[in-house]
Design a protein around this ligand. Sequence first.
Ligand code: FES
Length: 354
Amino acid sequence: MAQHGDSNTASGTAVKVSRAPESPGTGVVQSDIPQNPGFPPHNPRMTDLDPNKEKRAERQVAILFFLSIIGSIFALAAYIAYPIIPGDFGSIRTNNLLLGLGITLGLLGIGLGAVHWAKQLMREDESVELRHGTRGTPETREKAVEVFELGNAESGFGRRTLIRNSMIGALVLTPVPAIALFRDLAPMADPVKLLQHTMWKKGTRLTHDPTGIPIKASDVTLGSAFHVIPEGLLQRTDMLEQKAKAAVLLMRLLPQDLHVTKGRETWNYNGIIAYSKICTHVGCPVALYEQDTHHLLCPCHQSQFDITHEAKVIFGPARRPLPQLPITVDSEGYLVAQSDFHEPVGPDFWERET
Ligand code: FES
């Protein structure tokens, strides 16, 4: 059976409140019920009493929103005028500093403007709405519209066009530097083309990683494995980006141990084979070679590739074999590439066809 007791609402009106029957452990000691202190009395602000001060506060709010606009435009202009030059740490510092200053001003202007507006110009009255069903009655909904219109009238959102428009301008421009920043995460060139090709091409010598010393076919003994980079890689300014795609593992097996499919008969040189070192799962370097089983192992998620069967996946989450680099030797006996890989290296990506 429900009991009834008195309780004060936030607005100070006494209403009847239903209570569940008290039981051991859940009963509430009546004297512990916190009393609602209500709202403090309203003290008129200077802007409530003096129209000049109200006007001045309005201008201050607009100035803060305009500062936000200037900050956002400044960030965008700085991003374009002071680009990051690869390898130049001074340009990175300048770009980040100016971009950060612009974005800070953009966000600070909006924040301070909104707070100043609320504190100085918006009505301070607080209202309490008692809980009710999720969907209100028609009267309640009418009331909601009324409250909305009242809020609009009190905040001056519709009337104070200077503030409203400057705030909208500030809000629209604030995300613009973020768009530029996110675009900067991708390279300027078409990323699909960049991912489809490496710097290997016909005649590029295979060299030791990291020394860059060319490798002769006679250096590659049975059972050995070499970490390989293309000749000329060390001289490139985008060395790391290129190495992330072009790194290769070189091994030698007995030619009769290789199971070669049609069209690939000439891709190895007397049992010397070269495979991409970039795992086709998520791109870790496949750096472990097990000489007895002829397996390559990726240490990240344990994918295993069988190099006697063109690096097909025999275990783990990788879905494709490691791409093979067709190789041969030049007139001096150095190992060279016959071409680039015949398919993109590394994990899947959008617009990949093979
Ligand atoms: S990256 Fe090689 S198995 Fe996951």
